[in-house]
Design a binder for this molecule. Structure first.
Ligand SMILES: NC(=O)c1ccc[n+]([C@@H]2O[C@H](COP(=O)([O-])OP(=O)(O)OC[C@H]3O[C@@H](n4cnc5c(N)ncnc54)[C@H](O)[C@@H]3O)[C@@H](O)[C@H]2O)c1
Length: 190
């Protein structure tokens, strides 16, 4: 396979649909082997089948990024099929439209588990191999709500702001291993 990502194994979370599905398709188009992870088994199977039709090397795992055991199982399965992950795209996420005075602790935790903790659990799982090979990138999909937000998006903006903070922190900590954790979008023009 040729292309800018020909030597990469790109793992995308939340890859069954939406932005994650598009990222996986683009990575495959650029020659990467793509590892798809999502909780939605049927949609994941359909997305995987569509990518396989293009001739891409694809593997899929049904797993929940908020569950450390599922993260370990899923990454192990994907690595067994495609080899070590060299690019992690932490895309899985969820919106939240809660009322700060009525939201329960369980609801708060479920937002932060998906939008923040899951990205760390995924990074924790793939980083040892990236560090060993001195090669890798971790891309965290945050949101404009980490910078500006609108009424009624509680606590999505808080979780996505946390994700931006975690991105900065991780970037500094793993740079010495030649691993990139980009902290802002790539420039598209002057
Ligand atoms: N759509 C937008 O306008 C927009 C804007 C800014 C940022 N984002 C961010 O981009 C990302 C993708 O958004 P989207 O619009 O494609 O969303 P989407 O809801 O269409 O897709 C999200 C995917 O993540 C999966 N997912 C959710 N929780 C999961 C979990 N615990 N474990 C594994 N998979 C899980 C879902 O099953 C789904 O397939 C999210 O992080 C979102 O916050 C989206």
């Amino acid at each position: 396979m040729s292309g800018r990502l020909a030597d990469e194994v790109v793992l995308v979370t939340g890859a069954a649909r939406g932005i994650g599905g598009a990222v996986a398709a683009k990575a495959a188009e650029e020659g990467a082997a793509v590892a798809l992870l999502d909780v939605l088994a049927d949609e994941l199977a359909a997305t995987t089948a569509a990518l396989e039709q293009t001739g891409a090397r694809v593997a899929a795992a049904v797993g929940d990024i908020t569950d450390e055991h599922a993260v370990r199982r899923s990454v192990d399965l994907l690595v067994a099929e495609l080899g070590p992950v060299t690019v992690l795209v932490n895309n899985a996420g969820r919106n939240a439209y809660a009322d700060a005075t009525a939201m329960t602790v369980a609801e708060w935790d479920s937002v932060f588990d998906v939008d923040l903790k899951g990205a760390w659990l995924m990074a924790r799982q793939v980083l040892p191999s990236m560090i060993a090979h001195r090669h890798g990138s971790i891309v965290n999909i945050a949101s404009i709500h980490s910078q500006l937000t609108t009424a009624g998006m509680f606590p999505y903006a808080a979780a996505k702001s946390g994700l931006v903070g975690m991105t900065r922190s991780l970037a500094l900590d793993v740079a010495r291993h030649d691993i990139r954790v980009p902290t802002s979008p790539a420039p598209t023009g002057p």
